[in-house]
Design a binder for this molecule. Structure first.
Ligand code: MLT
Ligand code: ZN
Length: 485
């Protein structure tokens, strides 16, 4: 329970319109979008300045109140959902949404943390520049969340993850002090790179309020193709040959297995399907060019002809208009929704060295066949950077809420454990781009290098000794021990 005087002091900091208190008003802030977690909060604060965020954290520290930073609520791991009955306040960045500066000559953009990713992309485009982070949720997710979770998406093979796109950061620390490192510099060798601590920390060390991000030259055009292949190993082989020929122009290389394609076909009526005949798998690839698109299209066409002739690819469609391009992307981006509409699923967000994707996938399939006979492996995603969403749906025609579905879900723990052990044996990651949140805290403990885990605890203890920042997430409630010397 929060003391009424403290509650009032918090409300006074943000002023009228800056807070929400009734159960009805706070409800949307208390569950994650996958509906895995439902929490409670006595108060949602919506400050409209960095100063406001700093005052809130100062008061929360002196009153020992826990704070859950909240962005667009698109976390896959419950990273922004308060826990039930812990009296954690939610601090939403939604009113901090100013594009502070676009420096076209310097190729930088400086923004508030509450800007949606789409608004940052649009501001860059207006200045004939390009911000490449691209996610299915870009209309909703916020830059602060992208930074706090080190978001990935579809252009990682060309531009890297969010961490690679940051030049400077502004962060309010738990004691209310402000780390002001909103630099535009690309060269700045001045000791430890403090901003890195907050990228991927999921709000457990402070609240990111602003960032200076890298911009890039705007591509002149895109060439987008959907290519039918004989499965994941064939897709990986295609990736190597296409990268050899097209180098850094390759911006996206997404794999869609037949099982995912069929789910979209079944549930997403607005999607246009280019092939009548089903194939084992499909690659959605995109080349971005600053040269003439027609030249690149011709090059890609002759590349594809050679590979159709030697049967390393099976079929292909090239988008001939912006609308066709959008339709191909819609097919890919509808997969998570289609899988949700189909019913329960067991999800994994893994990454492996690219050459290991094929061998891993064969072994993983035999684990699933053993533990969940007839279940459907829907392993899709960003194969270009080694990241697979290795999801599993129950056997076809399993009814939602049925005993069969419950039996399927009851195997989740065993399946995930065997699968992630396998990932680890291939030197992969159990969490490629979705972060840890509350969902993967046990996995972090099980799979993270013990020294790295210990360092994380030491850093948490040093920056947030009262554990008021997003408790229960990432390394939550782990006792801090001394680093052994
Ligand atoms: C995607 O790539 O579609 C997202 O990361 C969501 C997912 O894991 O399904
Ligand atoms: Zn993804």
């Amino acid at each position: 329970m929060l003391h009424a005087i403290t509650l009032q002091a918090l409300k006074d900091i943000v002023g009228p319109g800056g807070w929400l208190e009734t159960t009805a008003d706070t409800a949307p802030y208390c569950h994650d979008f996958r509906n895995l977690y439902a929490g409670t909060t006595p108060l949602v604060l919506r400050p409209d300045s960095v100063h406001g965020v700093a005052n809130i954290l100062t008061l929360c520290t002196s009153s020992r109140i826990s704070v859950v930073p909240y962005g667009g609520n698109t976390s896959y791991c419950g990273g922004a959902t308060p826990r039930a009955k812990h009296a954690e306040i939610v601090l939403s960045l939604e009113r901090l949404k100013r594009i502070r500066d676009v420096d076209a000559a310097g190729y930088t953009i400086t923004v508030d943390a509450g800007c949606t990713l789409a608004s940052v992309q649009a501001a860059a485009t207006e200045s004939r520049r390009y911000f490449p982070l691209s996610l299915g949720s870009e209309g909703t997710c916020q830059i602060g969340g992208n930074l706090s979770t080190n978001a990935g998406g579809t252009a990682v093979l060309r531009y890297g993850m969010m961490r690679d796109l940051v030049l400077g950061l502004e962060v309010v620390l738990p004691d209310g002090s402000v780390l002001n490192q909103l630099t535009k510099l690309r060269k700045d060798n001045t000791g430890y790179d403090c901003k890195q601590l907050f990228l991927g920390a999921e709000g457990t060390l402070g609240v990111i309020t602003g960032a200076c991000l890298k911009l890039f030259p705007q591509p002149n055009d895109y060439i987008t193709a959907l290519i039918a292949v004989d499965g994941l190993a064939a897709a990986v082989q295609l990736l190597e040959t296409i990268r050899n020929q097209f180098g850094d122009s390759l911006e996206a290389f997404e794999y869609i297995p037949r099982a995912a394609y069929e789910l979209v076909l079944k549930h997403c009526s607005q999607t246009v399907f280019p092939f009548d005949h089903p194939y084992s798998g499909y690659v959605l690839l995109e080349l971005a060019t600053s040269a003439l698109a027609s030249e690149y299209t011709a090059l890609l066409e002759s590349f594809l002809e050679v590979h159709l002739a030697d049967r390393t690819i099976r079929d292909v469609v090239l988008a001939r208009s912006g609308l066709q391009r959008d339709n191909l992307w819609l097919l890919r981006e509808s997969i998570p929704r289609a899988q949700t509409l189909e019913g329960a699923s067991i999800k994994h967000d893994i990454s492996l060295p690219i050459a290991q994707l094929g061998p891993f996938s064969d072994k993983a399939r035999s684990i699933i066949d053993r533990l969940l006979p007839q279940a459907r492996v829907v392993a899709y995603g960003h194969v270009g950077d080694g990241n697979l969403h290795f999801n599993i749906s129950p056997p076809v025609n399993t009814i939602k809420g049925s005993t069969e579905e419950r039996a399927f879900l009851s195997r989740q723990k065993d399946v995930t454990c065997e699968l992630l052990d396998l990932v680890t044996s291939f030197n992969g990651s159990f969490s490629a781009e979705h972060g840890i949140g509350q969902l993967k805290v046990p996995e972090l403990e099980r799979y993270e290098d013990p020294t790295a885990l210990q360092l994380m605890r030491v850093i948490k203890q040093a920056i947030d000794p009262l554990n008021i920042m997003n408790p229960g997430k990432v390394i939550a409630s782990l006792p801090v021990k001394r680093l052994e010397t």
